[in-house]
Design a protein around this ligand. Structure first.
Ligand code: FES
Length: 116
């Protein structure tokens, strides 16, 4: 199944979510922007933002453990690549959104799809 939800950085509006130092290595942040639930991970200095809802059965994905840049849903064990949102382990087969992230002016910014 192909439902790859990566969002083109040119089609988004960046929103500041926190100071960079508020997300140390190994930590995660939960944010809500425009009714979108998003979890932001700092993995070894690389920051990734994905949807915080599992595509299998709406589990709280952001609370899952991380292994090899994959987050494991705490409900039934589905896996998603935090870099792309791609579903890489059953029972999930539908990808989740992955949002572009940038670090600028001491802030973390997440790209949210522009309104059409
Ligand atoms: S809700 Fe995430 S694997 Fe079922």
């Amino acid at each position: 199944m192909k439902d790859y939800s990566y969002i083109d950085p040119g089609a988004v509006e960046f929103v500041a979510i926190s100071n960079i130092e508020d997300l140390p290595v190994g930590e995660r942040l939960f944010v809500e922007i425009d009714d979108l639930d998003i979890v932001v991970f700092n993995l070894a200095g690389e920051v990734y933002a994905i949807g915080d809802i599992c595509s299998h059965d709406d589990g709280p994905l952001g609370e899952g453990e991380i292994e090899d840049r994959e987050v494991i849903c705490p409900r039934h064990g589905a896996r998603f690549d935090v870099r792309t949102g791609k579903a890489v382990g059953l029972p999930a087969v539908i990808d989740i959104p992955a949002y572009p992230v940038k670090q600028e002016d001491g802030q973390l910014w997440i790209g949210i799809p522009k309104e059409e």
